[in-house]
Every structure is written in C-alpha cells, then in structure tokens.
Design a protein around this ligand. Structure first.
Ligand code: V47
Ligand code: SF4
Length: 384
C-alpha cells in the first residue's frame, strides 16, 4: 500500500486553507515546520488531516514498530518543598506525616524484589525532600550498581537535581558528573511542565525555571547521557505556549542530539489545586500527539504514557504519531492514580501490552532504555 496516498488526497482538496497546504507539503518533502506552521495545525487542522500527516512521519521513522520496555519505578518520597498547583501527589514538608519517605534499605529491597525478573530499567523520581540530598542518592545508585550492574538507572528530574546540586554547593557540571559517576545513566523527562514564564509562574512558580531545566539536560548530554522531555498540556496554556515549549526543546536537540523521546503529559484534575480546570478531550489529546510528531522533527521517539492516558486512548495514539508505549510499570507508581487517572493500579504485564499493540496492527518491540531492540514480537496473531 502506498502510505502517502491519504495525505495527498487531503492536499488535493479544493478549499484547503493555504497555511495547512504549506504545512502538509513541508511534511511530504521532509522539511521542518516553522512555529507558525505548528500553530496553524493546532488551530485550523482537522483531526484526520494532522493524524494522516503524523502517521506518515511515524511510519517513515519506525514503520509499524511500537516500543516498550520492562521497568519498575521507585518513588523515594512524596514529601516536597515545592507546591505545584497541578500536583496531586506531594505533601509539604510541614505535613510530612501524611506522606512517605523510603530509606535506602527500603529502596534496595524494591530493587532486590526484581532479582529474578527480566527488567532492564529502574525509573527513580519523586518529591523534593529537604533531607534526601545528592550524596544520599549517589550512595543509593552505587548500591544499586553493585547489586545489579546492568540495570539502567533513569532518574531524577532537573527539579530534584537543581535543588540537590545547589544545596550541595556544587556547579551543575560538578553535580551532574558526581551523579553520573555514581551510576546515573539517563534522565527522565519530568519537571518541564510549560516553559513559558507566563504559565510557569501560575502553575509552578517556585521550582527550577525553563533555563535551569534545559541547562541540566544540556550538561547531562555533554556527559554522554541521554534524556527525555515532557510537556504538561491541556490546562491553562494556549497553543502558542505549547509551540514555544516544543521549540525550546527542538533547539536544544539541534545542539546536543541527546534527547530520545518526547512525552506529552495530559493534565489530570483530581485532588489538586487546579481541579476547577477541565481536562482536555480525547480529540484534543490526539491532536496534541499528532502536532508533536510533526513539529519535533529531531526527536526520534514520541511516547504515550498509558498510566496517565488510559490504555485505550494510549492505543489510539498509535495512529497519531506515537511509537512508544513506555513500559510494563508495576503498581509502585502513584503519581497518576492520585491525579485521577483511570489506571488506579497501573500494572500491565508484557502479554497485555503486546496484545494491546497488536490489536491495532502495530508491531510490538521490547527495547532497552536507549531503544536497542530486545525482542521483536512480529505482526501476527495476538497473544491473549
Ligand atoms: O513533571 C504531575 C506530571 C511528571 C500531574 O521520562 C501530572 O520516561 C498530569 O515526567 N496531571 C512526572 N501530569 C512524570 C514524568 C514521566 C512519566 C513517565 C515517563 C517518563 C520518562 C517521565 O508528572 C511531572 C508532571 O508534569 N504530573 N501531576 C497531573 N495532575
Ligand atoms: Fe513537588 Fe514534583 Fe509535585 Fe511539583 S510536581 S509539588 S516538584 S512532587
């Protein structure tokens, strides 16, 4: 089948807005979209139009391959010195008796509980606890590596790192070098939210700003580490704030090439100070993924984080540019169930994840953190 056909049919339509035709032709010719093109797609394009274009790009880059990995999460604490308005998860230090704090030994128990399981990655992220410092986590990572050297440690957002590095009175370079040498292999994408100060000041005024977030990723990339980037969308931001956010990431990626994956995160409104803000519709979610796939031309991968979106909507994103479904997360992650996600207990075993991908005629491929293929499940019959 000629995969370009649907797109050409769209572009052949009489009366198509000139801005949409320009954007569509750029995609057909593998040219980069400008910020104006991105905005026109958000504001004027129909869902089938952006969907067809995004699918074209997805299939150019990855064919039907849909990646996932086997990981587990450690959330060291939900006690946090910051007070992001969208956060349903954290407890201020003053109310720390309502939260949890794991000791290094408790976290090592979690690591050991996976001893005979074929996981390849541990994802460590949590609140910013004033007493859990850089040296505490560096020691923890040394212990993890001593116990299981090949386990990839993806951990700590620039929100946590910026706080801990400043408290340790180190430069960003020194702090990141220390963490890398202690065993930190890559950075997850969290803490980015919306970079533009107009929105950042309203939703998460007191944590690291855009420049600080980008700088920590830049330094990590210079040390040879890879990382991801997120964007919290669907709350009080406008389309142009999303474009501004993606443009800043695209510019840094041009410079370093260190990002693997872009992860749009749908704002969930339960149990937080932004509960009055309605959540985005599924149509809006699909449009977000599609425009991200088209605009972020130098990001190899686009991830739908299923614990947040729900399994079926995550499955739907595979037709709107997404080529990664994150992993077989176990129920240690609480961030999304506390924010109102349908996934109260976000665990999915490999068979379920593979079946979900095969149901929509895509090819499941288990990967490691850096997207080396571990197992190709093929396109044939579903497993369940
Ligand atoms: O930065 C917090 C988000 C992020 C809410 O890199 C919320 O592979 C929606 O970044 N509604 C942390 N989102 C999680 C994260 C992540 C997750 C999965 C994979 C990776 C990766 C990274 O969670 C925070 C914030 O943007 N978040 N509260 C909420 N109410
Ligand atoms: Fe703390 Fe992160 Fe929650 Fe913000 S989103 S309050 S930094 S745990």
């Amino acid at each position: 089948m000629d995969r370009n056909l649907p797109v050409e049919r769209f572009l052949g339509q009489q009366g198509l807005l000139p801005g949409l035709r320009i954007a569509g032709e750029k995609i057909l010719n593998t040219e980069r979209l400008s910020e104006e093109d991105g905005l026109v797609l958000f504001e004027k394009a129909s869902l089938p139009f952006v969907g067809a274009l995004a699918n074209l790009v997805r299939e150019r880059l990855h064919g039907d391959n849909t990646y996932f990995n086997r990981n587990f999460h450690i959330e060291p604490t939900n006690v946090c010195v910051f007070s992001c308005k969208f956060c349903s998860y954290s407890r201020l230090y003053a109310h720390r008796e309502e939260g949890w704090e794991l000791s290094a030994e408790q976290m090592m128990d979690i690591v050991r509980s996976y001893d005979n399981k074929p996981v390849t990655e541990v994802h460590i992220v949590g609140g910013v606890h004033p007493k859990m410092n850089l040296h505490f986590f560096a020691d923890l990572m040394r212990q993890i590596k001593a116990h299981r050297p090949e386990l990839h440690i993806k951990g700590f957002t620039p929100v946590e790192l910026d706080y801990m590095i400043r408290k340790a009175k180190l430069s960003v370079e020194e702090g990141m070098k220390l963490m890398h040498e202690a065993g930190l292999d890559s950075l997850p994408g969290g803490g980015a939210e919306i970079f533009h100060p107009e929105i950042r000041q309203q939703i998460c005024d007191d944590k690291v700003d855009a420049e600080g977030w980008l700088r920590i990723h830049e330094v990590a990339h210079a040390l040879g580490m890879h990382s991801n980037a997120t964007m919290l969308y669907g709350h009080i931001e406008k389309y142009w704030h999303r474009i501004d956010h993606m443009k800043r990431l695209r510019d840094l990626q041009d410079k370093t090439g260190g990002f693997n994956t872009f992860i749009p995160l749908k704002f969930r409104n339960s149990n937080n100070e932004m509960s009055h803000v309605p959540e985005s519709s599924v149509i809006e979610d699909m449009k977000m993924y599609a425009v991200a796939r088209l605009f972020m031309d130098n990001f190899p991968h686009l991830k739908a984080y299923w614990p947040m979106l729900g399994r079926q909507n995550a499955q739907l994103t595979l037709s709107f540019g997404v080529n990664d479904m994150d992993g077989t997360i176990d129920d240690t992650t609480k961030i999304y169930s506390m924010a109102g996600s349908e996934e109260q207990n976000p665990a999915m075993n490999t068979n379920e994840l593979v079946a979900l991908i095969k149901q929509v005629k895509r090819k499941p491929v288990e990967r490691d953190t850096l997207y080396h293929a571990i197992k190709d499940y093929g396109l044939e019959t579903a497993i369940l």
